[in-house]
Design a protein around this ligand. Structure first.
Ligand SMILES: Cc1cc2nc3c(=O)[nH]c(=O)nc-3n(C[C@H](O)[C@H](O)[C@H](O)COP(=O)(O)O)c2cc1C
Length: 370
């Protein structure tokens, strides 16, 4: 069996190495990180889920000023069943949620929250897409579902590639049917939000391990598949290629890179955590996501309360997370992370990470190609 690092996705996206950096929305992802990964020959992605249209345009221009290499922009697809406004909760349930939230707020010196959030205050997906189409970004990636039909033709007409994150074989087949050019198959080990389309059906996310998911997806679709979840080095890239993937997407590995915007308390928590320390929680955003277990996740779990639907829970915890980051209080921060914690570096430039992973994989594959 001959396995080559220069896979079909390298030709499809005009990149040197099949090493993708995940979007990392919410702080760790920066334009500088995306640009550094792309400039090194990998594929950088801007995690733009929480960026307003003008912030998004400015970040795209910053990337383009730093490199002329291709990159992607990742967005969260609005949920069909997304909370449109305040959820109807029994008064007792609402009181218990506010009491838990106010205990944390008091500890951070914040005023009590007098009520649950009404409007999710999400950024408009249509406006974000308008910027991506105007700017003709090389690739648009979606998480939580496929790119809605109304944007597909416009994206294709502009030569933009469509990337869809999937967590099951059924989602992969659906994404292929809906015109995706490539898939990111996200295993259970992955840090951050589960990309699962229907969390009504899988409330904790579909959590199939990377090693089980990737070959089953590869066997059922014609388009290229990128493996994500627990890949931290060149051995992971080589293994993913042997499983039939055409590349890997890494999130956690870049959190401690020089260009990442990861808050100091978050970096410190990652440094002192290990492979057994992460859990999947809905406590921070209302959607399942993997992060280092901390006091906030434990409080929520022990309360037995159900989280508000995404993105209302995200709005409910926003001020807590912002204050915790400013005060260096990791116990109340969302510490999104995958399970590969012991393989984290400490402040290396992202380009160096890309080049090292490619070189390690080339070495590992040399033995298989004899
Ligand atoms: C801090 C953090 C933020 C993330 N943000 C996004 C995001 O905005 N969009 C997305 O598609 N995936 C996001 N992910 C998930 C990644 O796409 C990817 O599935 C995951 O990082 C792969 O597993 P790993 O963390 O073990 O490398 C995020 C992951 C982390 C750790």
């Amino acid at each position: 069996m001959s396995v080559n690092l220069h896979t079909e996705v390298c030709r499809l996206l005009s990149i040197q190495y099949p090493v993708f950096q995940a979007g990392l929305a919410g702080g760790p992802g920066t334009a500088a990180l995306t640009a550094a990964v792309s400039a090194a020959g990998g594929f950088g992605t801007l995690g733009a889920a929480y960026l307003a249209p003008e912030q998004l345009r400015a970040a795209i221009r910053e990337i383009r000023a730093a490199t002329d290499r291709p990159f992607g922009v990742n967005l969260f697809v609005p949920q069909a069943n997304a909370a449109k406004g305040r959820t109807e909760l029994p008064a007792e349930e609402e009181r218990r949620i506010l009491s838990l939230i106010d205990r944390v707020r008091a500890d951070l010196g914040l005023e009590p929250a007098d009520r649950l959030p009404d409007e999710p205050r999400t950024i408009d997906f249509g406006e974000q897409m308008a910027v991506l189409l105007e700017e003709r970004v090389p690739a648009v990636g979606t998480t939580f579902g496929v790119l809605p039909a109304e944007y597909r033709k416009e994206a294709a007409d502009r030569g933009m590639k469509v990337i869809t994150m999937v967590t099951t074989v059924d989602e992969a087949e659906e994404a292929q049917r809906q015109g995706a050019d490539l898939l990111v198959a996200q295993g259970a080990e992955a840090g951050g939000h589960r990309g699962t389309f229907d969390v009504g059906r899988y409330p904790g996310g579909a959590n199939v391990g990377t090693f089980a998911l990737v070959p089953q997806v590869v066997d059922r679709v014609r388009i290229p598949v990128i493996a994500a979840g627990g890949v931290m080095d060149g051995r992971g890239l080589a293994a993913a290629l042997l499983l039939g993937a055409q590349g890997v997407q890494l999130g956690t590995r870049f959190l401690t890179s020089l260009e990442a915007g990861t808050a100091p308390a978050y970096r410190e928590a990652l440094k002192t955590s290990k492979e057994t320390d992460t859990e999947v929680t809905t406590a921070f955003s209302g959607r399942p996501a993997r992060g280092v277990d901390n006091a906030f996740m434990r409080m929520w779990r022990e309360s037995g309360l159900a989280a508000l639907p995404f993105p209302l829970q995200n709005a409910l915890t926003r001020e807590i997370r912002t204050a915790a980051a400013a005060q260096g209080r990791a116990e109340y921060l969302s510490l999104w992370s995958g399970q590969g914690l012991r393989q984290l570096g400490n402040g290396e430039p992202a380009g160096e990470i890309v080049r090292r992973i490619a070189a390690e994989a080339e070495n590992a594959l040399r033995g298989t190609n004899s």
